[in-house]
Ligand binder design. Structure first.
Ligand SMILES: Nc1nc2c(ncn2[C@@H]2O[C@H](COP(=O)(O)OP(=O)(O)OP(=O)(O)O)[C@@H](O)[C@H]2O)c(=O)[nH]1
Ligand SMILES: [Mg+2]
Length: 327
């Protein structure tokens, strides 16, 4: 069974596939582990570079004594720089700057490295010479996917092949040919539910990332390039981050501003139910579209994903039998 994971950048496709490997006992090979170490250490660099950019856009200046540190940080390349004592001195000085802390606390939705604070809280462990990343570190590491990666995982004696594609704009241009080349049994469409008001990073439209995500979802369900029988599963993912934002009065206010007709409260379930309706309303029921099921997910939470995946897998197996007339 080939399953295609789609969704705009940062919505959790790669994290989900990592979870599938963790849940089904696939071991990370030494090369993969080395790569994760590089990615995680690079996340400190790109995460802080990103915070400095956000500060600039918001017109907030860091302390004058950090001017030189900012210059140094600019020259670091996330994929190549070692986190040696010189670099750590620069990073630590910037990290404790009040403006950096303010952005981390007040504008978490603007950060492209979602788990920057988690990594900082684990800095001593992660910078040790004999550091080996835990599953949690691996799940929280952020690296944009380029192209398509396929992972074949044996689940209860059946092979499932997960196709994880890049979701940033230049990557999306490749989706059509991937769809045409392969015979997918199902598509999982991911949405970062917490990103309802996040600006589109590619500045393609004035709309938020979530509006673009819905537009793309609507194109997929009505494009005609997907066999009408292929089930589409919508994951309203990052529901833990969505809950945090709804609990925060500023986050809730912004939700109401983004969706003026929302009549519910500052509640995770009500908010997600609204988003589910909003996304699925693009499906034209008249046209006998692909069956669409919706799940609220947290791709970091292994236990809850075991349950979600079991439901998805059973539905897919049933659908396959139905399509063969054996259901
Ligand atoms: N808290 C939380 N973080 C999540 C969740 N899902 C993904 N993330 C984090 O969000 C970031 C982006 O996730 P990825 O899986 O890399 O996103 P992607 O869809 O593969 O993005 P592209 O490869 O750019 O298309 C990572 O740092 C993940 O750890 C979730 O449900 N909850
Ligand atoms: Mg990815």
């Amino acid at each position: 069974m080939k399953i295609l994971c789609l969704g705009v950048g940062g919505c959790g496709k790669t994290t989900f596939v990592k979870q599938m490997k963790i849940i089904h006992g696939v071991n990370w090979d030494p090369i993969e582990l080395q790569n994760f170490i590089k990615v995680i250490r690079g996340n400190y660099i790109s995460g802080l570079q990103d915070v400095i950019e956000i500060a600039k856009k918001l017109g907030k200046g860091l302390k004058a004594e950090n001017e030189d540190n900012i210059k140094q940080l600019k020259d670091y390349r996330a994929r190549n720089v070692e986190l040696g004592s010189d670099q750590l001195t620069v990073l630590r000085a910037l990290w404790v700057d009040p403006v950096v802390q303010e952005i981390i606390k007040e504008h978490p939705e603007k950060l492209t490295i979602t788990h920057l604070e988690y990594f900082w809280n684990n800095l001593d462990r992660i910078t040790q010479d004999d550091y080996s990343p835990s599953d949690e570190d691996i799940l929280r590491a952020r690296m944009r996917t380029a192209g398509a990666n396929s992972s074949s995982i044996c689940i209860e004696k059946k092979y499932f092949e997960f196709f994880d594609v890049g979701g940033q704009k230049p990557e999306r241009a490749k989706w059509q040919s991937i769809l045409e080349e392969h015979n997918f049994s199902a598509i999982i469409y991911f949405v970062a539910s917490d990103e309802y008001d996040v600006e589109d990073e590619e500045k393609e439209f004035d709309d938020s990332k979530m509006h673009i995500s819905r537009l793309i979802f609507s194109e997929i369900v009505s494009s005609g390039i997907i066999d009408l029988k292929i089930p589409i599963i919508l994951f309203l993912n990052r529901d833990d981050l969505f809950e945090e934002r709804m609990k925060d009065p500023k986050g809730f206010e912004s939700f109401k501003q983004t969706f003026p007709d929302y009549g519910g409260g500052a509640d995770k379930q009500q908010g997600l139910d609204y988003l589910k309706e909003w996304f699925t309303s693009v499906i034209n029921q008249e046209e006998k579209h692909n069956p669409v099921k919706v799940h609220y997910t947290c791709a970091l939470d292994t236990e809850s994903l075991v349950v979600v995946w079991r439901t998805v897998r059973e539905a897919l197996l049933k659908q396959t039998l139905d399509n063969l007339g054996l259901g």
